[in-house]
Design a protein around this ligand. Structure first.
Ligand SMILES: [Cu+2]
Length: 173
């Protein structure tokens, strides 16, 4: 095989190229070293699951146990929020609210605080991608939604005052 042919094989094939590289390593090592870019091409694509399950725990100390959540674009996200404490939701209620990009978290938090009867969930949900219900100690709630487009989003607990610490980044890759 001449150099040009081998190069085109590398460019077109991924898995076969890996085999070629390992077979030809000794006799044609110059080809391998001349084309370092190909090593990126032969990396197999990570298999992404269609559905990702996420467990987010919260407690009586006004804390989530995750500050970052990573998912892939287009995945179905099944997120379960647990409240591992014992305090009632009137005093230490928690939820998970995922905001659309560029939503001002402080403004959203102020607005949500006005909706006590609705579990601190504003009637206008135009800034919300997904949310769980408000839960108290010992309770859980699960929300299922499609991961939005690639980017970084904010999530928070909308119980008054909680978002100053109960917040995190939802990364869609
Ligand atoms: Cu909370």
């Amino acid at each position: 095989m001449n150099y040009t042919k081998i190069k085109s094989v590398f460019a077109l094939l991924t898995i076969s190229a890996t085999l070629l590289v390992s077979c030809n390593k000794s006799e044609e090592s110059t080809v391998v070293t001349d084309t370092p870019v190909e090593t990126e091409v032969v990396t197999p694509e990570v298999v992404k699951e269609d559905t990702i399950k996420i467990t987010l725990n919260s407690n009586d100390k006004m804390q989530y146990d995750l500050s970052e959540i990573d998912v892939y674009e287009g995945q179905t996200v099944v997120l379960t929020l647990n409240h591992t404490g014992t305090m009632p939701k009137d005093a230490m209620g928690h939820n998970f609210v995922l905001l659309k990009k560029d939503t001002d978290m402080a403004k959203f938090g102020e607005e949500a605080a006005k909706f006590q009867k609705e579990g601190y969930m504003p009637t206008d949900q135009s800034n919300i991608i997904a949310h769980t219900n408000l839960i108290g100690g010992g309770e859980s709630d699960t929300v299922t939604f499609m991961a939005p487009e690639k980017g970084t989003y904010d999530f928070l607990c909308s119980f008054p005052g909680h978002y100053s610490v109960m917040k995190g980044k939802f990364n869609v890759k």
